[in-house]
Write a protein that binds this ligand. Structure first.
Ligand code: OGA
Ligand code: NI
Length: 348
């Protein structure tokens, strides 16, 4: 239930103020240092064309995906198969949702991370000391029929539009997981099988314009706890990835999606593929919307690498754990650069 006294959402409370409130101001050594960011001319990460993924060029595409997973942990894909109209529909219904009157949006508010559908702010308001410049709607998406009836029914097209997008995003996640399995020399279906019954969550992130972007984060540096993330962003920059200790801006490329390896694929690949630190910066000129799809093992899945990826030179990096155990640890830790995965590392 929404608290009766005050609106907890950022977008309504402070977005129009001239100063960032103290609740959102980071300590001096913990600020984004915006002058020290690499703005490369391209996307800043590899851009991979998926057009040939199901054709004679498959092997080359698989190799490109494999080397991006190994060296960058992040890449962009074009010709990914999700129709442009579906992508545009998703972004516009997301914008419409966050532009609804607050009384309407607040019907979805909850600060309980266990809820399958909820609107909240920052990251985990129950545990964090400084808040982030973000409101977000989080939805469980798979199996769709188990959750869609709990999703917001306003805007009226929300369930249909978001349901279509999340079904398309799942199909793309499965194709990528097949390519990733092959790139590791495993059977095409390996990763899909290793993830049990599967789960899919979506965040609809809303970053309002911020009067002092140098004092706060949309999201501070973190690694994603799931297996693979498919990020749809509107035309506004904000995502940055860490490479060799430097922050690199990932500028949006029209019709491309950003893909990144999460902690579970790092574990399932026995550390061959990298879950990389990334963060979100806000800006004073415009709001920004992003829609990450987090594809994950089901909670009861025991996460462990294929035998073929373990040998004397590559001993098991992690103790076996269930995804549920991992996810609870992740939420407890909060967003910080210390890796949650390191807590599951085997000590020889
Ligand atoms: C996330 C994330 C990036 C973005 O939600 O985990 O990294 O651009 N989002 O919003
Ligand atoms: Ni992330």
């Amino acid at each position: 239930m929404a608290p009766a006294m005050s609106n907890p959402l950022l977008s309504d409370r402070v977005a129009r103020s001239k100063k960032v409130p103290s609740s959102h101001v980071r300590a001096v050594g913990d600020r984004p240092d915006l002058a020290n960011v690499d703005h490369e001319s391209g996307a800043g990460i590899p851009l991979i064309d998926l057009k040939q993924l199901e054709g004679p060029g498959r092997r080359r595409v698989v190799e490109a995906i494999g080397s991006a997973c190994e060296n960058d942990g992040f890449f962009m894909v074009m010709n990914h198969g999700i129709p442009e109209a579906v992508v545009e529909g998703m972004l516009s219904v997301a914008r419409e949702f966050f532009h609804l009157p607050e009384s309407e949006r607040l019907k979805c508010y909850s600060d309980d991370p266990k809820k399958a559908v909820r609107l909240s702010t920052s990251f985990n308001v129950r545990t964090e000391k400084v808040s982030n410049w973000r409101d977000f709607l989080r939805l469980h998406c798979y199996p769709l029929e188990s959750f869609v009836d709990q999703w917001p029914s306003n805007p009226p097209a929300f369930r249909q539009v978001v349901g279509t997008y999340s079904t398309e995003a799942r199909a793309l996640a499965l194709r990528l997981l097949e390519a990733i399995s092959e790139s590791l020399g495993l059977e095409r279906g390996h990763m899909v099988k290793a993830m049990g019954r599967h789960a899919q969550h979506m965040a609809v992130n809303y970053y309002p314009p911020c009067p002092q972007p140098e004092l706060t984060y949309g999201l501070p540096g973190h690694k994603d706890p799931n297996a693979i993330t498919l990020l749809l962003q509107d035309g506004v920059s904000g995502l940055q990835v860490q490479r060799d200790g430097r922050w690199v801006a990932v500028n949006p490329v029209p019709n491309a999606l950003v893909i990144n390896i999460g902690d579970q694929l790092q574990a399932l690949s026995n550390d061959r593929y990298k879950s990389v630190n990334h963060r979100v910066i806000v800006n004073s000129a415009s709001e920004r919307i992003s829609v990450p799809t987090f594809y994950c093992p089901s909670p009861d899945t025991v996460v462990a690498p294929a035998d073929a990826l373990v040998d004397d030179a590559h001993p098991r990096a992690y103790r076996p754990f269930t995804y549920q155990e991992y996810y609870e640890e992740f939420w407890k830790m909060g967003l910080q650069s210390a890796s949650c995965l390191d807590r599951f590392r085997r000590i020889e």
